[in-house]
Design a protein around this ligand. Structure first.
Ligand SMILES: [Zn+2]
Length: 361
């Protein structure tokens, strides 16, 4: 059991009961929260203020991830251009979420997980697909882990990686937990990205960087979140990509997690590269979605961390305010009725626009 304490008055830390794969530490004081609430519609403009706000040093010191080196970061957001704004098929993405969730609990290696693996692979027919499969030795025994990678080659030298986990929590098996938002929405949005990226004639490269989509496995803890019981898939993948030289080619990496909440509030994760968050927020602003990309900051431990630790410019796109005080997170209440196609559309369009902005660099 881990419950984070804060000294910020009525602005409480979100409950994060074991097994929690994400440590959230709110770095706001109550007055600042009030101040930000009044300026949230201009997220990009207020982000610098939030970043400069005095954090709770005790909580901050618990952070395990380093902020990526700013000297390697590109400068300000790309200048506006006349390219058409992207538009995902949100209805289809929502239907994917429904179908993924309908498999039920999907912890590493169980039958539903295997069905979901086949479901993902079936949607990637004709695409360049690779596996990163291995056996994880955990406190609960051995589990098969399988990251599924779809590659969409581009004309530019470099790779943009989008990650989203598809497993659900082993400790929540037999509780009725189906992870519609946590695991379902991330799986589905990546399937829709594949639809958007493949377009054009077979074998034709996209005009920009290569984009690799990774459905990650073993994101959740098998017992209780700790340095050794979490992020099984991405720890393995980051190590593998470090050895084979792939990491050096990654221009940007973005994680999608819990992005289907009908009440969508994306936060600024303090472990993410600030320039990449700025670019995502600039993309959201172009689309008129800026009110969903908030200025408040939190220390989020998610699938980007193994890459952040290796110096890859990374960002976590996550809404960890799922229900009042995050009450639906990791509970059987994480069901389809809490989600909306609009939220998938907001995150989906913003991510595709971010890819477009990255391509311009
Ligand atoms: Zn989770």
């Amino acid at each position: 059991m881990k419950r984070l304490e804060t000294n910020i008055g009525s602005w409480q830390a979100f409950p994060c009961d074991a097994p929690c794969p994400l440590w959230l530490r709110i770095c706001l004081t109550l007055p600042l929260a009030i101040a930000l609430a009044s300026t949230v519609a201009c997220a990009k403009g207020t982000s610098a203020n939030a970043a400069n706000a005095a954090p709770n040093s005790e909580l901050k010191s618990q952070s395990t991830a380093a902020t990526p080196a700013p000297e390697t970061a590109p400068s300000a957001a790309a200048a506006p251009d006349n390219a058409p704004l992207p538009h995902i098929d949100a209805k289809r993405a929502f239907q994917y979420t429904r179908e993924v969730t309908a498999f039920g609990e999907r912890y590493m290696g169980n039958e539903n997980h295997k069905k979901l693996e086949r479901y993902i692979i079936d949607h990637l027919k004709g695409d360049q697909v690779e596996d990163d499969a291995f056996t994880a030795d955990t406190v609960e025994g051995k589990f098969p882990v399988r990251n599924i990678i779809a590659k969409f080659p581009g004309t530019k030298d470099g790779i943009i990686v989008i990650l989203g986990h598809y497993d659900t929590n082993y400790p929540l098996r037999n509780t009725g937990y189906v992870g519609a938002n946590d695991g379902g929405s991330s799986t589905a949005i990546l399937l829709e990205y594949a639809n958007q990226l493949r377009g054009g004639a077979a074998g034709k490269k996209r005009d920009g960087y290569s984009v690799w989509l990774v459905w990650t496995d073993g994101e959740e803890a098998v017992k209780t979140w700790s340095a050794t019981d979490v992020l099984y898939g991405t720890h393995h993948l980051a190590e593998k990509w470090e050895k084979d030289g792939t990491l050096k080619k990654i221009k940007a990496l973005m994680v999608m997690d819990m992005i289907g909440d009908a009440d969508l509030d994306i936060l600024r994760d303090t472990n993410s590269a600030p320039w990449l968050l700025d670019l995502i927020y600039a993309a959201a602003e172009r689309l008129g979605y800026q009110s969903h990309f908030n200025a408040y900051e939190a220390d989020i431990q998610d699938d980007h961390i193994p890459f952040v630790k290796r110096g890859v410019p990374s960002a976590d796109v996550i809404d960890l305010d799922y229900g009042y005080h995050n009450v639906f997170h990791h509970t059987p209440q994480d069901t389809m009725d809490k989600l909306s196609p609009k939220s998938l559309e907001i995150v989906g369009d913003t991510t595709l626009e971010t890819i477009h902005l990255l391509d311009q660099r």
